[in-house]
Design a protein around this ligand. Sequence first.
Ligand code: BES
Ligand code: ZN
Length: 867
Amino acid sequence: MASPYSDFKGKPRLPKFATPKRYDIRLKPDLDSCIFNGIVSIDVDVVSSTKYLVLNAADLNVDSSSVSFKPKSSSQELRASGVGLIEEDELLIVEFAEELSLGIGVLNISFQGTLNDQMKGFYRSVYEINGEKKNMAVTQFEPADARRCFPCWDEPAAKATFKITLDVPSNLIALSNMPVIEEKKEGDLKTVYFEESPIMSTYLVAVVVGLFDFVESSTSDGIKVRCYCQVGKSDQGKFALEVAVKTLELYKKYFDVPYALPKLDMIAIPDFAAGAMENYGLVTYRENALLYDEKHSAAANKQRVAIVVAHELAHQWFGNLVTMEWWTHLWLNEGFATWVSYLAADAIFPEWNIWTQFLDQTTDGLRLDGLSESHAIEVEINHASEIDEIFDAISYRKGASVIRMLQSYIGADTFQRALACYIKKYACSNAKTEDLWAVLEEVSGEPVKELMNSWTQQKGYPVVSVRVKDEKLDLEQSHFLLSGSPSDSQWIVPITLCCGSYDNRYSYLLKEKSGSLGIKDAAYVKLNVDQTGFYRVKYDEELGAKLRHAIESGQLSATDRFGVLDDLFALCTSGQQSLINLLTLIASFREETEYTVLSNLINISYKVMRIVADATPELVDNLRKFFINLFEYPALKLGWDSKSGESHLDAMLRGELLTVLAELGHENTLNEAIRRFDAFCADRDSPLLPPDTRKATYTAVMQKVNASNKSGYEALLKVYRETDLSQEKGRIIGSLASCPDPNIVLEVLNFLLSSEVRSQDAIFGLSVSKEGRETAWKWLQDNWDYISKTWGSGYLITRFISAIVSPFSTTEKAKEVEEFFSSRMKPTIARTLRQSLERVQINARWVQAVQKDNYFAQLVQELSHRN
Ligand code: BES
Ligand code: ZN
């Protein structure tokens, strides 16, 4: 029989015959039994005649007898004649006997739900206080889980005001988006009334109930800012608080619009799926992204906290005040917040060289977008279950990078002016990508729409090939793919170049497949100056040799050195350049000291070591010598001990250099690490092991662990169990699986599934040594049912697949993986699986190319003897 509601099924968006204007929500969570009761009254504007109100609800028990509608214009309350749930579309359908009159009415619904363990909707997180485990109640609604807490029009464009009231135990702190207006105590319970919010989207509504301490400050225009932490740990909130105050002031100037709410709370939540969430006025964070411990946090942790805070606060404008019209435009939120967070970090911490570090974003975006299984920045979304997987490097990193490209094309000042116009024009409303382009086009007078559509409406990006011919520079673009079939896509590419010196710059808009520029003979030609463009460059042999020379003689900036290296690495991965050329280029970095460049060299070395281990294992030892030589020079310069007054970047670099040396099996590093680790085990405050060198030390310890000598592993687990700093736990989890003994790797992986590791953290432990790769794959299959049950409802599940599948490098393995998942496919993992399999094929092809290269062995031999 056809369901009476079949008209409403399978649609991507809710029908538009009624829209919500105001929500009055009352929630009563029971933290012991983990259930909650709720009542919602929604002011609804009926705009076309209907017998149905169709909204979202999921995992809620709706009390049908409670559902009623009272038109403002009448004194009579209408009972619903039918209440239906369509589970697969998460819809609640309320039917009335007759058509509702047009205009405003109030829809009342009572319901009940569970405080779940899935870190989404209204959920519980567990914390310890005086050795006792307690539950707190927390919400996480983005993208589409407000419907698990109260029935609502759960779409970003359905903005309304929210008046929230909570019934909670009177000893607890209750927080929501707005300040408290009143608290009424009655015995062990209290009712907390919050001010009504300005209009906002449902995914930004938030509630937290638990025990916390806080630190407080305020901005120069009187906005109260608080940072809530574990009880007894409020000192750890001070750094984030300071960053938040400065950032709010900065954004107010930059967007020329003040922060819209009277207060801003930030809070650390012990169980949290994402890194942080920008709920309006109540931003929630993982502990490791908010708390900074002077004694035990590393420089990298400090930077992460600053970037995350700056990112979430950027959303208070970009996302919360102006909201994407639909999830297709998610990148407007995430790409912009990512880009703006670097702007803020650069203003507050100029010594971090954060724009150079921004290249990591661009590189990650380019890496994902080089797959044929990538997607366009603007992507069609037809079902709520499809939203999760677009929170990826395309929306965030490619998004941020194309914004940077546009900014450098039209100029920083014009760009800022246009953004301020855009924010004002769409404040308290919704916008699409084309709305932003229209404003930018108007303010700048440049063809922004045409230019940017080529970057946001098609996947991929170009590689620009450059050749010198008859005193001219010939440019030609083609779609850059790490593998797979070439397409004839084209882009409008804002080319920049400098010739022989940074004073000699040109820019050129490449609109066709090819173009050419008249250039005088120069010592070198570098395209994509400062790496602000989202494209790769392939130089002909002559230009490539000149660039190598320019690097060796110190003529290129760190960003440009990074760019030359990263482009060649990508070309090599895709088979368009030989590994010989890459290693020859790498050799010209032997006096490199810059953090970002070395950090990328380190990542590249890991990858190259793995490819060579699969292709020509007999050459691994010599290659290892080459990389050890390369990294020993800067590592010796930095030493193990931090120097007073040394730079933030040196502190981060030291840790990464020692980690790679440990993984390369450098004996001096391993021995020194173990000596220092022993001192640390005896005294956790030992000056021998400051936080910046701990990850390296733990990695070194694990290199020496095997099935018959597990003492180092056990000592690390002891540190893990004794610390209550989540960053410390993270460092340990992140180093355990680097052990070369597969039996230990298996133990580590099983540990990740134990109750000792919060499910949010297990994903940090999946970087498995190459010796453990096969074991990890078997483990994934053996435990798939449990893993997909535990992590399957969010996007964390995808990390298990990408981390464990991507490192393989044979077509046979790709087949085996495909077969295993063929009967276990779900929409949430489909894209990641295809991407991981594509990476395996790319590796396989690369391995074969190395095997076929007759000169490779000779080069490695030669390089290993160089100093
Ligand atoms: N809006 C996101 C949080 C989010 C992510 C919600 C995925 C739902 C699904 C938030 O603004 C965010 O982007 N957080 C980042 C941190 C940021 C510094 C890149 C995160 O969680 O990693
Ligand atoms: Zn974000």
